[in-house]
Ligand binder design. Structure first.
Ligand code: X8Z
Ligand code: ZN
Length: 608
């Protein structure tokens, strides 16, 4: 249940079951000018009721996501419609206390109740069910999508696997085009979803659904949009440097006919379906005459006989080394960590908090490779966060914001990928010397820096769509305009007139907001720089690992335990001493690489 990853407030959208009670109305409808006492009673009743019912929604959603059938889809859509209706009702009632003097805790809870939906439905009869049905169709289309290439039927995880290593441009293009064709039928549904969600957002007092999404960050929505643009402006020159270098290496690999020396990069050539991480083509980008990072993590994991469970156990071991309690036995009994062969499931990885307490789980179709080793740490970050804030009142059980939730496991991953750590846990046998630093940073930048424009543009596109700036006839063109403008990429061939390429990305098909991942790229380096300072680390930042550091762990857990009880700058300050998003931590980490890239690109005309 992806919204659980965001925040308790977003979780409300999925929390309620069929037991919706009306006690709250009875209490709050009483007087025309409500009192602080009524506000408190309203919040307490809402919180108790939503918490009691949230488990129902989570269990239905779990069954649907791990066993997709017509019936589980029906059940889940129905539960979501009921939850949406209930959450909207609470949001509207909460607004009644806007002008009442209440204490800060009640004020924050009222705010969370009001802003806590991702796609609010109108209270027009039938609207919530219509919206849930559209969502259900799009999600299932994505998760059960298959392509046939050369007589072989392939799932998305099969395609993922092959794109990592396939180096024949025609075969790469065929896989890319086949997967993007899967999303075509969403073109008819997406405008319906936009209309329905906007109807609900406007009723809640937002300009449109995009404005609602931008309102989650303890600041004005427009100020938030400006902040993301400013962060991008800080890192864009580095991205352009990386783009320039990788484009040159792709040109050397494939020649002018496939990848010209100038202009955008062909979108299918970076070893990833969405051109969002490029680390899988490190072999192509590897600098000539410079030794590589000294090991291949995928090969090492395979050689050491890793399987999905051992990858999870290793991930858990990092968190417990920081002093956090081990995962409960039920995690191991109830999680789904490989793709079942006998049924359809949602393979896109997610972390769940089923009962808002100890029943935490991962759902992931884990394969033994470097990407999934990293994703295991990412997902467990969600779970350890969930458990750390389980002591908060229900409405504060969420990330300080959704970007925080995504950044926890990524922060741990920055240590868990260091050769020092990998040697400590015996995944690799020797720690390479200083000559491996530039190759290591290059590989990291191909995953982290390459991601940034994608992390920004997915919601830029949705903001345009929700605001009506782009109409359905231009959805696909607007998508590629942003992809070219920010990422400097172009599709491998002309796109069909009926294409709906945004839908080829899980988070669009699933309506999971995406700016969170852009924010997480920034936060994770702030967490990491602060942790390494606390640990007294003096060497190059890319070699710092806080594995086993209980003092860092204790301070980190204190931030996690705050949940969303305080505005995010306070949570950030509690661990880092910093109060704002700051891309200088990324710049610090990659500084030696940026110098190196600038030298490599000398004489090239960069940009697109
Ligand atoms: O969706 C995810 C996680 C689950 S929250 C696997 N990520 C984004 C993506 O896959 O597009 C992690 C990185 C970005
Ligand atoms: Zn995540």
């Amino acid at each position: 249940m992806k919204t659980r990853l965001l925040a308790a407030c977003a979780a409300l959208a999925l929390c309620a079951g069929p037991l919706a009670a009306s006690s709250v109305h009875a209490q709050t409808a009483a007087s025309a000018t409500p009192t602080a006492g009524e506000a408190k009673a309203f919040v307490e009743a809402a919180e108790a009721e939503l918490m009691a019912m949230s488990e129902y929604g989570a269990r239905v959603a779990w069954v649907q996501a791990t066993y997709i059938t017509q019936d589980t889809n029906w059940l889940n859509a129905r539960a979501e419609a009921q939850a949406n209706t209930l959450s909207v009702k609470y949001a509207k009632q909460a607004a009644r206390f806007d002008k009442v003097q209440v204490d800060p805790v009640i004020r924050r809870k009222l705010m969370l109740l009001k802003a806590g939906l991702v796609l609010p439905a109108s209270d027009r009869p039938g609207a919530a069910q219509e919206l849930a049905d559209v969502q259900s169709r799009m999600r299932t289309l994505y998760s059960t999508g298959k392509v046939t290439i050369g007589g072989e039927t392939l799932t998305l995880d099969d395609l993922d696997d092959r794109l990592r290593t396939e180096r024949d441009p025609a075969r790469i293009q065929a896989m890319w085009e086949a997967w993007h064709a899967v999303a075509k039928p969403m073109a008819a549904d997406y405008p319906k979803l936009v209309k329905l969600a906007n109807e609900g957002s406007v009723e809640l007092g937002y300009k449109d659904t995009g404005a609602l999404w931008r309102s989650w960050y303890d600041m004005e929505p427009d100020a938030f949009a400006a902040k993301t643009d400013a962060l991008w402006a800080q890192v864009a020159p580095f991205y352009k440097n990386l783009h320039c270098y990788v484009r040159g290496r792709l040109n050397a690999q494939y020649g002018d006919a496939v990848q010209p020396k100038t202009g955008p990069i062909r979108a299918d050539l970076t070893g990833n379906m969405w051109t969002q991480s490029w680390g899988n083509i490190y072999d192509i980008a590897a600098p000539k005459g410079v030794p590589g990072p000294g090991y291949d993590l995928t090969q090492s994991l395979v050689a050491k006989g890793y399987d999905a469970t051992r990858m999870m156990k290793t991930g858990e071991g990092f968190y417990t080394s920081l002093g956090m309690p081990p995962l409960p036995q039920t995690f191991w009994e109830r999680s789904m960590i490989t793709r079942p062969r006998d049924r359809e499931v949602v393979c896109h990885a997610s972390a769940w908090d089923v009962d808002n307490d100890q029943d935490i789980r991962v759902k992931m179709c884990t394969r033994v490779n470097a990407d999934d080793f990293y994703t295991v740490h990412h997902e467990l970050g969600h779970n350890f966060y969930q458990r750390a804030y389980a002591g908060q009142p229900f409405l504060f059980r969420g990330g300080a914001n959704d970007g925080f939730h995504e950044a926890i496991g990524d922060f741990v991953g920055l240590s868990a990928l260091t050769p020092t750590y990998l040697k400590q846990v015996e995944v690799i046998d020797t720690v390479p010397g200083a000559e491996a630093d530039i190759p290591y940073l290059l590989k990291m930048s191909m995953d982290k820096i390459a991601f940034l424009p994608f992390g920004l543009l997915v919601d830029k596109w949705r903001w345009q769509v929700f605001s009506g700036q782009v109409d359905p006839a231009h959805y696909n063109a607007a998508w590629w305009k942003l992809r070219t403008q920010y990422q400097g990429i172009t599709p491998p061939g002309p796109r069909p007139a009926d294409a709906f390429d945004p839908g080829a990305k899980y988070h669009v098909a699933d309506s999971t907001p995406y700016t969170r991942y852009f924010l997480a790229q920034v936060y994770q380096f702030q967490f990491y720089r602060a942790a390494c300072r606390q640990a007294g680390w003096k060497g190059p930042l890319n070699r710092c690992s806080v594995y086993g550091d209980k003092a860092v762990g204790e301070k980190f857990e204190k931030m996690l335990a705050m949940g969303q009880s305080k505005p995010w700058p306070e949570a950030l300050e509690a661990f880092t001493g910093e109060k704002d998003l700051d891309a200088s931590a990324i710049a610090d980490y990659f500084a030696p690489l940026n110098v190196w890239l600038t030298r490599q690109n000398k004489g090239q005309s960069c940009g697109w």
